[in-house]
Design a protein around this ligand. Structure first.
Ligand SMILES: *[C@@H]1O[C@H](CO)[C@@H](O)[C@H](O)[C@H]1NC(C)=O
Ligand SMILES: *[C@@H]1O[C@H](CO)[C@@H](O)[C@H](O)[C@H]1NC(C)=O
Ligand SMILES: *[C@@H]1O[C@H](CO)[C@@H](O)[C@H](O)[C@H]1NC(C)=O
Ligand SMILES: *[C@@H]1O[C@H](CO)[C@@H](O)[C@H](O)[C@H]1NC(C)=O
Ligand SMILES: *[C@@H]1O[C@H](CO)[C@@H](O)[C@H](O)[C@H]1NC(C)=O
Ligand SMILES: *[C@@H]1O[C@H](CO)[C@@H](O)[C@H](O)[C@H]1NC(C)=O
Ligand SMILES: *[C@@H]1O[C@H](CO)[C@@H](O)[C@H](O)[C@H]1NC(C)=O
Ligand SMILES: *[C@@H]1O[C@H](CO)[C@@H](O)[C@H](O)[C@H]1NC(C)=O
Ligand SMILES: *[C@@H]1O[C@H](CO)[C@@H](O)[C@H](O)[C@H]1NC(C)=O
Length: 889
């Protein structure tokens, strides 16, 4: 070696030393060792040419390996031998099941520029030897179980541009040398247990564009330095203990598009210089202690899409200038001390979908032109001092899903025009006002409305029997008014508590204990208990339709980050089994299973890594064996931020409703357990695993028998389940083959239907990543429409259908750079390829019938994955087309 080194010195200029040292060796033996150790079966059984193996790129002379990509391969073994590949520049081991410590011998890979170990189960400390990787430009260790401090030895990584350690259990503080990394572009360390202050000089010498540190215990103030060079584009510090003010120097960052600093302890005013941050899109600073007025300078940020200043100490009025924000979609200022008129100029912003002024001191009236051709979906004005009458023009707000006017000083009567708001579904709250007159029968037209509250007014007259038209109603409150007469016989009324009708001296009949006399008591009771599937469905439909057009607060970078998303496994896995966390709530919806399910056993099962079955975008699934012998699959939801506790009751109600969904191709929850900030959903355990396993794992086994009819019936079942969801106006957020379960008869059950209701993308940190589905299944238009839609679901279904037809993954390296399954299939004619080269030949060559059917199904899949959403068929139509194929045989 010493000799070689000297030899090297002589050759400076012609070759670099490193290259020469490497040239002496050949990586063949190492590659064979790696193949055996990790069981990489798809690396050809013909040993000779390791440079041709999948995921390998060799040096020009074909002797050494320069790039090794083993991501997404379900690897479990020991990766230490990789450290023998001394010429390696690029190493990607992400998304496997690798565990144990990160091998310190990786520190020997002195040529390494790119190292991705993310989404594994690496535990223990970050090895200090990684500090020897002087050429490293990108280091990604996010989503592992790493603990301890960030080692100071990494200070030597002077070339580092990308540094990602989010989603671990790292503690200690962010070392000050991170601020000295002159090439740093992106730094993410969110969802750890980091404490202490941010480095004083963070960003002062670097190219820092992305800083994401949410959900830690960081304190101190935002250092001025991070804005110093003006390169920052994304700043996410949500959910920490940060104090101090928002630095004035923020104005330097004219490319800053995303600022999320909610749930901290910031004080002071918003600097007027915010107006110089002209590219601002998202500004979220809720739940702090900010004060002063809302600065009119926000109006200079013409791309502003979301402004959330809720729960601070803001005073004054809403500046008229904000009317210039033509892109504004959500304006949320609840929980402040704002007063004055309802800002009509803001309402005129054509894209506004959410106006939340609740919990303030607004003391104007509701303007007559409140909804002139607006897209408003949420009008939340409760808990203010709003006076005057509800204008009849409220009926123009036809897009409204939620109208909350409770606890104000509204007078006059309820305008019948409210009945025009046919979309109203989440709630109509007029309680605690001074409304009088009678209830307009037109309310009965609101057949999607789930919750109606007109309590604590001076409403008089009968409850009109026309209200029976409100077929989706679940919660009603008529209490404390001057209503008279019999309560109409209507299941949602009689199923309500008597408190919903109390405080009205003149009301009688069920559920009140005062009967209306003798004529009414025995009729009408016959269908009382017949809560048919249909009604429940209608109810669920309306409750969930919110997500038909939910505004997704997501940027392109977030789509990228979605995969980086932190599972919180780390924290819990460590807690060990001796200290079982306290269960806050739990229930089993299926009566005859109640006895067989033990909540403690459920929680225990999720604390053991060995029980893990599957790791999805939104949840991790564990197998849990009950003392009774019953086997459950337990889904642990990810990123249910700490606000979950506040929304618990609502969530439990949603779960109960979902558990009643009546369709054989949907996986319904059978119960739930909540502890700390963790939600566990209980499901039956399905023996045959997921569709993804069926397609991609079982086909590799030697015993595999091609079975097209089973695949076709699975395809039809999945389409039926999804068509049903759409029928009840529920849009799925994450359709993928991994989210489709197969029962003992290979009947498919679509899973993850809960997430669309439980993970509200418009809230908190969950919004950052919890949207839009799995890699390869995401329709192209989501990137710019920011809306989850029914045609989007059809696209994702089309990808599943292509998987079924081709036995290929939605994303495969073989397709080439930037080409996914959809592009690969659509591009086949252009490449002059025959159907056999696309369809799985193991199936399509078995018989002419199979081949014909597969070609017909391929046509359906091509329609579903059309890049133009409007051209895709409805799922109902898809079911018909597939059934036709099935019947024609
Ligand atoms: C070895 O395997 C590669 C990739 O599977 C293949 O292209 C090549 O023809 C094989 N060589 C021999 C000698 O079998
Ligand atoms: C490789 O790294 C290991 C652990 O850090 C060390 O013990 C070993 O000496 C190194 N090998 C070489 C050849 O540098
Ligand atoms: C890890 O970080 C690198 C650098 O930003 C990135 O290219 C890579 O996609 C990340 N890995 C995953 C699995 O997201
Ligand atoms: C940091 O984590 C390590 C390993 O879990 C632990 O030993 C240490 O006490 C922790 N330090 C602090 C300050 O919490
Ligand atoms: C960072 O750089 C500054 C200026 O070059 C130097 O004074 C300081 O000691 C460095 N900090 C660390 C932790 O290396
Ligand atoms: C912000 O922009 C305005 C006009 O574009 C300019 O006059 C002002 O100096 C800028 N800087 C600050 C700190 O406001
Ligand atoms: C607003 O967004 C558009 C589209 O992304 C972009 O072209 C434009 O430059 C942005 N405007 C500002 C002021 O950043
Ligand atoms: C918020 O600020 C006010 C005055 O500025 C102070 O009285 C109050 O204690 C602060 N609240 C918190 C939670 O820091
Ligand atoms: C609304 O409240 C503000 C602040 O308390 C007060 O100055 C103003 O006169 C009030 N406006 C009306 C119309 O009552």
């Amino acid at each position: 070696m010493g000799f070689l080194f000297l030899f090297c010195l002589l050759f400076i200029g012609a070759f670099s030393c490193a290259q020469l040292v490497i040239a002496q060796g050949n990586d063949e033996a190492t590659m064979l060792a790696i193949r055996d150790e990790l069981g990489v079966s798809w690396w050809g059984s013909n040993n000779s040419d390791f440079c041709s193996w999948i995921g390998i790129r060799c040096s020009l002379d074909q002797s050494t390996v320069e790039m090794l990509d083993l991501s997404h391969r379900e690897l479990r073994g020991n990766v230490t031998p990789v450290s023998q590949l001394r010429a390696l520049k690029w190493l990607d081991l992400s998304n496997n099941f690798l565990h144990g410590s990160i091998p310190s011998a990786f520190g020997n890979l002195s040529e390494l520029e790119f190292l991705d170990l993310s989404s594994n189960k690496f535990g223990g400390l970050i090895p200090m030897e990684l500090g020897r990787l002087r050429n490293l430009r990108s280091l990604n260790m996010s989503d592992n179980l790493l603990t301890g401090k960030i080692p100071n030895e990494l200070e030597a990584l002077e070339m580092l541009q990308e540094f990602h350690i989010s989603g671990n259990g790292l503690n200690g503080s962010i070392p000050s040398w991170v601020g000295n990394l002159t090439h740093l572009i992106a730094f993410t360390a969110y969802e750890n247990v980091l404490e202490g202050k941010l480095p004083e000089n963070l960003g002062s010498v670097s190219e820092l564009q992305l800083l994401n540190l949410h959900s830690n215990y960081l304190e101190g103030s935002i250092p001025e330095s991070i804005f110093a060079l003006g390169k920052l584009e994304v700043l996410i510090l949500t959910q920490n203990r940060l104090t101090g003010t928002i630095p004035n120097s923020i104005w330097k960052c004219t490319g800053l598009s995303n600022v999320r600093i909610g749930n901290n302890r910031f004080v002071g005013t918003i600097p007027k210089a915010i107006g110089n941050v002209s590219s601002l899109r998202y500004f979220e600073a809720d739940n702090n202690n900010l004060s002063g007025e809302i600065v009119p300078e926000f109006s200079l940020c013409s791309n502003l899409t979301l402004l959330n200043l809720a729960f601070n100490g803001f005073t004054g009025t809403i500046p008229q200038e904000l009317g210039q924000l033509g892109n504004l979609q959500e304006f949320i200022v609840s929980g402040n001390s704002l007063f004055g008129d309802i800002p009509t100029t803001v309402l005129k912003n054509k894209n506004l979908s959410k106006l939340d002024l609740s919990n303030n001191r607004f003391n104007g009236t509701i303007p007559g032109d409140i909804c002139n051709n607006s897209r408003l979906q949420f009008l939340l004005l409760g808990q203010n001092s709003i006076r005057g009458e509800i204008p009849p023009e409220i009926g123009n707000c036809v897009k409204l899903l939620d109208l909350e006017l409770g606890s104000n000083y509204l007078t006059g009567s309820i305008p019948p025009e409210i009945g025009h708001i046919k979309n109203l579904q989440i709630g109509l709250n007029l309680s605690f006002n001074h409304l009088h007159g009678s209830l307009p029968p037109e309310l009965g037209k609101l057949d999607k409305l789930v919750s109606l509250d007109v309590s604590n007014n001076q409403l008089s007259g009968n409850i009109p029997s026309a209200l029976k038209g409100m077929q989706s109603l679940i919660e009603v409150n008529f209490s404390n008014n001057l209503l008279t007469g019999p309560i109409p016989t209507f299941v949602p009324f009689q199923k309500s508590s008597n408190l919903s009708f109390s405080g009205n001296k003149g009301l009688c009949g069920e559920p009140l204990s005062s009967p209306c006399g003798f004529s009414n008591s025995s009729n009408g009771g016959n269908n009382h208990h017949k809560v048919s599937c249909k009604i429940i469905l209608a109810v669920i439909g309306s409750g969930l339709a919110v997500f038909v057009s939910v505004t997704i607060v997501v940027l392109l970078f977030m789509l990228r980050e979605r995969r980086e998303k932190a599972a919180k496994e780390a924290g819990v896995a460590e807690e060990g089994s001796n200290s079982l966390p306290l269960i806050i709530a739990g229930n089993v919806f299926v009566e005859n299973l109640g006895q067989a399910i033990d909540f403690d056993a459920v929680v225990k099962a999720t604390l053991k890594d060995s029980n893990k079955l599957n790791n999805g975008t939104f949840s991790t699934v564990y197998k849990a064996v009950m003392p009774s012998g019953l086997v459950l699959s337990v889904k642990r939801l990810k990123s249910m931020d700490r606000t979950i506790i506040h929304h618990q009751n609502k969530m439990i109600k949603e779960l109960e409703r979902l558990s009643k969904l009546c369709h054989g191709n949907l996986m319904r929850p059978i119960g739930f357990v909540i502890y700390e900030d963790t939600v566990l959903l209980l499901h039956h355990n399905f023996l045959n695993g997921t569709l993804a396993q069926y397609l991609h794992e079982s086909t590799k086994e030697s015993s595999y028998k091609p079975d097209w009819p089973t695949r076709l019936s699975i395809a039809i079942g999945v389409a039926e389940g999804l068509a049903f969801l759409h029928h009840v106006a529920l849009i799925h957020l994450d359709i993928s083959a991994s989210n489709i379960l197969l029962d003992a008869d290979f009947r498919p059950l679509v899973g993850e239907i809960e997430i669309s209701k439980l993970l509200d993308p418009s809230r908190g940190t969950a919004s950052i990543s919890a949207v839009a589905g799995s890699f390869g299944y995401i329709p192209p238009e989501y990137a710019y429409t920011m809306q989850v839609t029914a045609p989007g679901n059809v696209y994702s279904y089309g990808v599943v259908l292509l998987e079924i037809l081709t036995t290929r993954q939605p994303v495969e390296e073989e397709f080439g750079e930037g080409i996914d399954l959809v592009k690969w299939v659509h591009g086949a004619p252009g490449r002059g390829e025959t159907p056999e080269q696309i369809l799985d030949a193991k199936l399509s060559t078995v018989s002419f019938t199979w081949r014909r059917e597969m070609l017909a199904a391929l046509k359906v899949a091509l329609l579903c994955t059309d890049s133009t959403p409007a051209k895709r068929p409805k799922l109902k139509k898809v079911v018909e087309m597939l059934q036709e194929i099935n019947n024609s045989s």
